[in-house]
Design a protein around this ligand. Structure first.
Ligand SMILES: [Zn+2]
Length: 443
């Protein structure tokens, strides 16, 4: 029987992660239970705005042929899952609530549009556990576990454009040691493979983006749209430790799918045109924009280019904003901007008229009282200011942060699916099966 499996919430803040578990699980299913791998594993990022998310809020989708019922498969996977969170990630102690979901392939095909909607809700909204459980029952999805069920079901329905991520894993004895990676080799890799790989190196802060900072099993993760280029990382990127094993995941990272469905409620993404009323730059460098409709928008300093552009906005500018709606104790509701597009720049300024006698500047005598020349004291009776066109340091177009959130599509990225990609995926599956057979994890 052909099955699609979703797993989620095996991470802890320190050790272990859902992607790591998924690769070990695949190795067990193939080696010990004669399962056949039918597709690359899929790393599915969900709503980035949910406050109780693990680092990055990711779940996994895998597709296999398995000789048994979906109940048997669910019990088998859940037994590995339980061992993993107890012995490797200690996830339960850190309030993770692992879950899994399994659907039989023919049922998956029949239920595809329902599953796609559930996935879309998962990337853009908040789904309660009760709702997920009822959905599973109605759709004949086998579930095990707790809160992770939500992300697991969402992963089953993933669709649309995708990218890839190559993830290398550390040997367990190194997890607590500092990662040492030759940054020059990361830059070289970036030069060779950009734009087929992206977000490798932060040229502003001189730091590789590819290294996580916790004591999790990931050595580095490289994102891109070409499997062939991603595989180059394995020999181009120099580290001081041997990798334990690696995997390439398909992923919805870098596709901006979270903007597909927007809303008006907390933790949803919002997309709307606003007119700027005022722009304030806080002490730390964060920019607060107020709109003429009383929206409060924040552009944090960490967003780099986006923050710099926001500082140059002024009253009357019209922008299309994309961001997350968050609760705020001070303002009740704020929008944290991820991107904006300038639609119209206000290049009009109202100034005092010049003195008609000597050409010097004038000062106002108060509302509707006219102006007086600062030099020759000539008084202008007219009370209206003069319209002046000013040049702006911004241009129309899209501004986005340099540091991407997982789901945000870099502006330069082209998401096209080609025959070459398809052939590379088929080739990679063979390589990956061989890699899975090498893994010897005691679980
Ligand atoms: Zn004058």
């Amino acid at each position: 029987m052909r099955y699609i499996i979703g797993i989620d919430d095996h991470d802890s803040y320190n050790l272990g992660c859902t992607t790591h578990f998924s690769v070990i699980l695949l190795s067990k299913l193939l080696k010990n239970h004669n399962a056949i791998l039918l597709d690359m594993p899929y790393l599915v990022r969900l709503n980035p705005n949910i406050p109780w998310k693990t680092r990055g809020n990711a779940s996994i989708r895998i597709e296999i042929e398995f000789n048994g019922t979906k109940k048997e498969l669910a019990d088998l996977i859940f037994s590995y899952s339980t061992k993993y969170v107890k012995e490797i990630s200690f996830a339960l102690e850190r309030d993770r609530k692992p879950g899994l979901a399994i659907i039989e392939y023919n049922n998956y095909v029949r239920s595809l549009s329902k599953l796609n909607s559930f996935y879309l809700k998962g990337v853009s909204d908040v789904i309660p556990l009760d709702y997920a459980k009822r959905f599973a029952e109605k759709t004949d999805i086998e579930v095990r576990g707790d809160r992770g069920i939500i992300g697991s079901i969402a992963a089953l329905g993933v669709y649309g454009a995708y990218t890839y991520e190559l993830i290398t894993y550390r040997k367990r004895e190194n997890w607590l040691k500092k990662r040492i990676i030759d940054t020059e080799s990361v830059k070289r890799f970036d030069e060779i493979t950009f734009p087929m790989t992206f977000a490798n190196y932060d040229y502003v802060k001189e730091n590789p983006f590819i290294i996580p900072h916790g004591s999790d099993p990931i050595l580095y993760g490289v994102r891109g749209t070409s499997i062939e280029d991603l595989l180059k990382a394995l020999h181009e990127i120099k580290t001081n430790e041997d990798i334990d094993f690696f995997a390439i995941f398909k992923s919805n990272q870098g596709t901006s799918i979270h903007f597909h469905k927007t809303g008006e409620f907390f933790y949803q993404e919002i997309k709307k045109v606003i007119e700027v009323r005022s722009v304030e730059v806080g002490k730390g460098g964060d920019v607060l924009i107020r709109s003429t409709n009383n929206d409060i928008l924040f552009v944090y300093k960490e967003t780099g280019e986006l923050n710099n552009a926001a500082k140059l906005l002024k009253a009357g500018d019209k922008i299309l904003v994309l961001g997350a709606i968050k609760p705020s104790t001070k303002y009740e509701k704020i929008i944290e901007l991820e991107q904006f597009e300038i639609i119209e720049l206000n290049d009009i300024e109202y100034t005092n008229p010049k003195c008609p006698k000597c050409g010097s500047s004038t000062e106002s005598l108060g509302r509707n009282k006219g102006f007086r020349c600062k030099k020759c004291r000539y008084i202008i009776k007219s009370s209206s200011k003069v319209i002046k066109r000013v040049s702006r340091d911004l241009s129309l177009g899209v501004y986005q942060t340099r540091i991407y959130r997982h789901l945000t599509k870099p502006l330069f990225l082209e998401l096209r699916y080609t025959n070459k990609q398809f052939e590379d995926e088929i080739k990679f599956l063979d390589l990956f099966r061989a890699e899975l057979y090498k893994i010897n994890y005691v679980l």
